[in-house]
Design a protein around this ligand. Structure first.
Ligand code: SAT
Ligand code: MN
Length: 651
């Protein structure tokens, strides 16, 4: 359950402002005339009270209102340089930001939902009681902006006016955070009041990096108050921890959809992209994948790229499935981004004319960024996320320090990318989505692509995403469950989220043509696991175009498929021309390896999921029904053909 506005808003408890008059008194006292003049545009009482309470709590020396004007954005850029949060690089418009070595990714163990007594939370999430969070905030956030300027920006998570767009306020003393927000989100200062009124809510985010020193990182917290849709973040700068418009507000949005928008909206960790099919038709995809499983690459394969991380989906009046990207920029992992796999992105990163904030990469003596897997000549020394670096440098535990951090990023506007469909991205009607994909990182079990035979089976594909476990997590199975690639962002019970998925995808509001095709994707099968004498991955990055291309044809009824217990599988003769079009040989023997059903592996996977979900309370019975049905059909196949079923036996 989720009850909005339940119990006290911590910001109000600490700031003690609960009226417009009180808010205005604080605002007038703390803002200079130029900023006061700007803020006078905002009339929303709740928003003004939030800002006033943040001022009382954080005690900044000055307050800057970011109206989104060119002058204001320029002020933020310069403030970041002055503070030393970013430094200029050789290329015009490029800067480098380093997060502390201990703050290179989401601080999962320091991230909590603020909950009320008795609330049921996801078994995968950490939570803290409201009273404890209040204690922390009183102790660490009061006065945290002394000596600093508080910046306040008003953004929209989506094109203004879109049914699933929600406005959000970003309050931070970090210019890097506001600068990133300006690249990644739509400043909606002019429309904030109207949008808050239309949607009936807005998100609030309060962050301060404090002194931004290593010693303080253990005290860093990322708190998300579900009831008040407000985040608090301290003593860190990594965007996933601080720019809470991204994953912080995504969590609120997931919550809101799960409990207040059932059968209307979903909030997903998905890319959105369009593929051009025969005759120039456009078919849009939305696809989920855990971090580091090829989500950005998949998104950019499309001819009409919309977004690489988040999607808000809804069923439109006409019965079609629609999607918007709540973001307008990319906070992309740069490792392994290179000319061969990501030509469009590389053009922005290595060409001219695009503003880029780099983070945690290596900067050479000429002020040029470098990263692992860029397939260029790499320098032997430079400055990276841990300070001075030279090839062969080892850390305190004697591990080699890589040239760039695995999670180093580039931040840029999506519209700079050649295949970005900017006009469509800004359309509040969203794009019509025909195909939903779920992918993970799976070395030995599922084929490269398969299509669910029903909405329920589609939901089961989402529920069953796995990624490879990291070194510290390898258990008996070697895989990590990643439900919908969205689990870290599901605040409430997983069962409630799953129920909402079943309800949404089975909705009668879909027209016959509006019902999406739901598919699984897996780029990570290896030769070793397919009885081949070869080594490594069976596929390459460029094959993604073929899998999406086939789904495009399938979703439009241009190709048929082979029925199997796990879903519909492509025919060789339909894939071959698609491989021809990317100038790649596609021997039948490779197809046979990729699409043979390894029954024992799949059954083992089903058993793993059945057992894990069995431990979770209230999981909808339909999920177990699907698992049971698939398992018995797979075992029947095994009986007939043996443990490895050749795809030709099915056709
Ligand atoms: O760290 S974040 O989750 O914000 C970035 C990402 O992986 O999308
Ligand atoms: Mn993500």
């Amino acid at each position: 359950m989720l009850e909005l506005k339940k119990n006290d808003d911590i910001l109000t408890v600490v700031g003690r402002i609960d009226s417009l008059a009180g808010a205005m008194a604080i605002i007038e006292k703390n803002l200079d005339s130029a900023n006061l003049q700007k803020l006078s545009r905002i009339k929303n009482t709740d928003a003004l009270i939030k800002v006033a309470n943040a001022i009382v709590m954080c005690q900044p020396d000055a307050v800057f209102i970011d109206s989104g004007s060119a002058a204001d954005v320029q002020w933020i850029r310069e403030h970041s340089l002055t503070k030393g949060e970013e430094n200029k690089l050789a290329k015009e418009g490029h800067t480098i930001h380093f997060d502390l070595p201990q703050d290179q990714a989401r601080l999962v163990n320091q991230t909590y939902y603020i909950i009320n007594e008795g609330e049921q939370m996801s078994s995968l999430a950490k939570s803290v009681l409201r009273a404890e969070a209040l204690e922390y905030i009183k102790k660490f956030m009061v006065g945290i902006m002394k000596g600093k300027t508080m910046m306040v920006g008003f953004f929209s998570r989506g094109p203004v006016g879109a049914p699933a767009a929600i406005p959000a306020i970003e309050i931070s003393s970090s210019a890097y955070v506001l600068h990133s927000a300006e690249i990644l989100y739509r400043n909606c200062f002019e429309h904030f009041d109207a949008e808050a009124q239309r949607t009936g809510l807005f998100f609030t985010n309060v962050h301060s990096e404090g002194e931004n020193v290593t010693e303080n990182v253990p005290n860093a917290r990322i708190f998300m108050d579900r009831s008040w849709m407000t985040t608090f973040a301290t003593f860190c700068t990594y965007a996933g921890n601080t720019l809470l418009l991204k994953k912080g507000n995504h969590r609120f949005s997931v919550d809101f959809c799960t409990y207040y928008k059932v059968e209307e909206q979903l909030s997903e960790h998905m890319f959105i992209t369009g593929m051009t099919g025969p005759g120039g038709r456009k078919t849009f995809f939305a696809g989920a994948a855990p971090s580091g499983c090829g989500k950005t690459t998949t998104a950019m394969v499309g001819s009409d790229f919309i977004g690489d991380d988040l999607a808000q989906l809804w069923i439109a009046e006409d019965g079609s499935l629609r999607a918007i990207n709540p973001e307008k920029g990319i906070f992309g992992i740069v490792e392994d981004v290179n000319l061969e796999g990501d030509p469009f992105l590389m053009k922005c990163l290595r060409g001219h004319g695009t503003e880029v904030i780099w983070s945690n990469v290596l900067i050479d003596k000429d002020g040029t960024p470098h990263w692992a897997g860029h397939n260029e000549e790499a320098p032997k020394e430079g400055i990276n996320f841990q300070g001075e670096w030279f090839e062969g440098k080892r850390d305190a535990d004697d591990h080699l320090i890589p040239m760039s951090h695995k999670n180093s990023r580039c931040t840029l506007v999506a519209s700079a990318i050649d295949n970005h469909a900017t006009e469509l991205s800004e359309d509040p009607k969203g794009v019509p989505v025909k195909v939903i994909t779920y992918s993970g990182r799976d070395g030995d079990t599922m084929p490269p692509v398969w299509v669910a035979k029903s909405a329920d089976e589609g939901v089961a594909i989402g529920a069953s995403i796995v990624s490879k476990a990291t070194a510290t997590e390898v258990g008996a199975s070697g895989v990590r469950r990643q439900p919908w690639a969205n689990a870290p962002f599901i605040p409430g019970a997983l069962a409630d989220y799953m129920e909402a998925q079943f309800t949404f995808f089975n909705s009668k509001k879909f027209s016959a043509a509006g019902k999406p095709v739901i598919a699984g994707l897996n780029y990570f099968l290896t030769h070793e696991n397919r009885g081949s004498s070869g080594k490594g991955l069976l596929g390459e990055k460029k094959d993604v175009k073929v899998w999406l291309g086939w789904l495009e044809l399938y979703a439009n009824g241009n190709v048929g498929a082979i029925e199997s217990p796990i879903g519909m599988l492509p025919r060789y003769n339909d894939l071959k021309p698609l491989f021809d079009s990317i100038n790649k040989e596609y021997p039948k023997s490779l197809y046979d390896m990729q699409f043979a059903l390894y029954i024992d592996n799949i059954v083992k996977r089903i058993d793993l999921q059945t057992e894990a979900y069995g431990k979770e309370g209230n999981i909808p019975g339909r999920l177990f029904d699907i698992y049971a049905k698939q398992k018995s059909a797979l075992l029947a196949l095994k009986e007939k053909f043996g443990a490895v079923v050749a795809i030709d036996s099915l056709s």
